[in-house]
Design a protein around this ligand. Structure first.
Ligand code: PLP
Length: 492
C-alpha cells in the first residue's frame, strides 16, 4: 500500500515514511491510495482475538514484515495493559433496549479511547524509523496527553513532551499527567488555553533554527514527531475495533454475519468515526455512521448544509475532548469524496476565510447535535436503565436515540463508549442529580469519585485510585513565548 497527501504533492509514500513523517510536506494528511477490501471472508476475521484481528486488518495497510507487525500488535495489546480480558468489550446493559449496544474503549491504561491507538503508535513509529532519535511533541486538551505519555514511557530513543493548558484540563486529567513516571517523559503547563498551546507546538515544529540545531544532537541527529491524530499511524489501528464490535454482536446472536449495523460515535477531531468509514469501505456491513456533536457543532452543520464554518463561538462543555472547531481528520474524508485539487481549495478557504463549501454527498454519515441539557438527561436516563456513562458517551447515546426518532431506522446500533465515567466524576454526579457533599470543586475530584463509586456500586478503577498516592513529578509551567526555550532546556 502506498500513501498520498490529501493535497496532492506527495505521492508514492510508503507506510513507514508516512508514519515517521506525520504530516505531508504540502501540509496535507497522508491517506492510503485506495482503501483495501478484505482478503478473507468476514466470517473468519470475526472469530479472531483482538491482537490477531488487529494484525489481519493492519497488514494490507503497512509495508511491515510479518514479524514486525506481530511484535507491534503483541506489545500494544498485551493483556496486562488492559483491565478487561476482551480489551474492547461490547455490552448490552440497558433495560428494554436490546438493540442498543456499547463498545467500551476505556479499559486501557488511561481510561479513554485514545489508548486503543496510542498503545500501538510508539511501536509503529519505532518499526518505521528504528534508528532515529525522536522527540514527540504534543499539545493536549486532556486525554491525548496522558495516553501518549503512558504509551511512550520508557521507549528507547524516544522522548515525549506534552504541553497542557494550565487552567483548561480537568483535575483528574492534570493529576494523571503531572504524576507521569518514566525518565523520557516531560509535562509542561502553559499559561494560556488549548489553542495557545497547540499554536505554540506547531511553531516549535517548524522553527528552522531549532530543527537545524537538533540535526546536530545525539548520535545522528534528533527529529520531532507527533502523537496526535494527523498521523496515519493513529487512524489505522482504530479500524480494528469496528470489526471487533461486529464480531461480538455475531457471537452474542444479536445479528448474523452480513446483517447491517449502525455506529454512533462521539466526535471531535473526526478520527474515531473516520476509522469507521474505512471499516465500511473495507467491507464491514455498516449502514450509517452517526456523527454525534456537542455544542461545538461544526460537523453537524457541515453534514446538514455542506458548509464548514469555524467562525463561531467556542463552547466549553462537559464533553471537553469534543470541544474542537477544526476537525483535522475531516480533510481525509474530503479527499475520499472529492480529489486533491478540491481539498487544496477547501483548506485554503478554511485558512483565509475560516469556512469552506463541499458539494460532494456524504451519505455514509448522519450528523446530530446534542446540547448540554440533553447530555445530562442522557446520563440520567441511562442510569435509570442500569448503565452509568461518561458525558462523551452520553452525547453519542443521545444522538443514536435522536437518529432512530428522526429516521425510524431500527438497525442494531453500537454506541462507542470513549471514556470511563470516573474520569468525569463530578459532571456525571451532577447529571445523576446526586446531592450530598459538594464534590465538584476539590483539587483532584477525590470526593466525587468516591461518591460515584458508592452510588453506582462500581469499583474505582485502579488507574484513578492510585493517583492520590503518586508523587507529582512535573511542575514546570511556562508562558506561550517560553515554550521553545523550555524544550531546549528541559528536553533536548
Ligand atoms: C478524543 C475523544 C473523543 C473524540 O474523538 P475524535 O477522534 O477526536 O473524534 C471523544 N471522547 C473522548 C473521551 C475522547 O478522548
Amino acid at each position: 500500500m502506498k500513501y498520498i497527501s490529501t493535497r496532492g504533492t506527495d505521492k508514492n509514500i510508503t507506510a513507514k515514511e508516512a508514519i515517521s513523517q506525520g504530516l505531508a510536506s504540502d501540509g496535507g494528511l497522508y491517506v492510503p491510495e485506495t482503501i483495501p477490501t478484505l482478503n478473507q471472508p468476514l466470517e473468519a476475521l470475526l472469530k479472531l482475538p483482538y491482537p490477531a484481528l488487529a494484525k489481519a486488518i493492519l497488514q494490507p495497510y503497512l509495508n511491515f514484515s510479518e514479524d514486525e507487525l506481530t511484535a507491534c500488535v503483541d506489545k500494544a495489546y498485551a493483556p496486562s495493559r488492559f483491565t478487561h480480558p476482551k480489551i474492547a468489550p461490547v455490552t448490552t446493559p440497558l433495560e428494554n433496549e436490546d438493540n442498543i449496544h456499547f463498545l467500551e474503549l476505556f479499559h486501557g491504561p488511561t481510561l479513554a479511547f485514545k489508548d486503543m491507538a496510542l498503545s500501538i503508535l510508539p511501536h509503529l513509529l519505532k518499526t518505521s524509523a528504528p534508528t532515529e532519535e525522536l522527540v514527540i511533541l504534543t499539545a493536549t486538551s486532556g486525554d491525548t496527553g496522558k495516553a501518549a505519555l503512558e504509551a511512550f514511557c520508557d521507549i528507547d530513543n524516544i522522548s515525549i513532551a506534552v504541553f497542557y493548558p494550565e487552567k483548561g484540563v480537568s483535575p483528574i486529567q492534570k493529576r494523571q499527567m503531572v504524576t507521569q513516571e518514566g525518565d523520557n517523559t516531560h509535562v509542561f503547563g502553559v499559561q494560556g488555553n488549548f489553542d495557545d498551546a497547540q499554536t505554540g507546538v506547531k511553531k516549535i515544529f517548524s522553527d528552522p533554527n531549532l530543527v537545524k540545531d537538533m540535526a546536530q544532537m545525539g548520535k545522528s541527529g534528533k527529529k520531532f514527531s507527533s502523537a496526535n491524530s494527523i498521523n496515519i499511524g493513529r487512524l489505522l489501528p482504530q479500524i480494528v475495533y469496528y470489526f471487533y464490535a461486529y464480531g461480538q454482536l455475531v457471537e452474542k446472536g444479536s445479528i448474523q454475519t452480513g446483517d447491517p449495523i449502525n455506529f454512533s460515535v462521539p466526535t471531535g477531531n473526526f478520527g474515531n468515526i473516520l476509522a469507521g468509514y474505512y471499516a465500511k469501505k473495507m467491507g464491514l456491513p455498516i449502514r450509517k455512521l452517526i456523527c454525534a456533536s456537542n455544542d461545538n457543532k461544526v460537523l453537524y452543520d457541515f453534514f446538514q448544509t455542506g458548509v464548514y464554518d469555524r467562525n463561531r463561538e467556542f463552547h466549553c462543555t462537559i464533553s471537553p475532548s469534543m470541544d474542537i472547531l477544526v476537525s483535522s481528520n475531516l480533510e481525509r474524508l474530503l479527499f475520499h469524496v472529492t480529489d486533491a485539487k478540491s481539498v487544496r481549495k477547501m483548506m485554503e478557504d478554511l485558512n483565509t476565510q475560516g469556512r469552506f463549501e463541499c458539494q460532494a454527498k456524504t451519505p455514509d454519515f448522519y450528523g446530530v447535535h446534542v446540547t448540554e441539557a440533553e447530555t445530562r438527561q442522557a446520563i440520567f436516563e441511562a442510569a435509570q436503565k442500569g448503565y452509568i456513562m461518561d458525558p462523551h458517551t452520553a452525547v453519542a447515546y443521545y444522538a443514536g436515540q435522536r437518529y432512530i426518532k428522526e429516521t425510524g431506522d431500527n438497525t442494531p446500533q453500537v454506541v462507542i463508549s470513549t471514556a470511563s465515567p470516573f474520569k468525569f466524576a463530578a459532571d456525571v454526579l451532577d447529571a445523576l442529580k446526586v446531592s450530598g457533599e459538594k464534590c465538584g470543586d476539590t483539587e483532584d475530584d477525590t470526593a466525587a469519585i468516591r461518591i460515584l463509586s458508592e452510588n453506582s456500586g462500581m469499583p474505582i478503577p485502579k488507574a484513578i485510585a492510585q493517583l492520590a498516592q503518586l508523587p507529582v513529578r512535573h511542575t514546570i509551567v511556562c508562558s506561550v513565548d517560553d515554550m521553545e526555550k523550555t524544550i531546549r532546556e528541559q528536553v533536548l
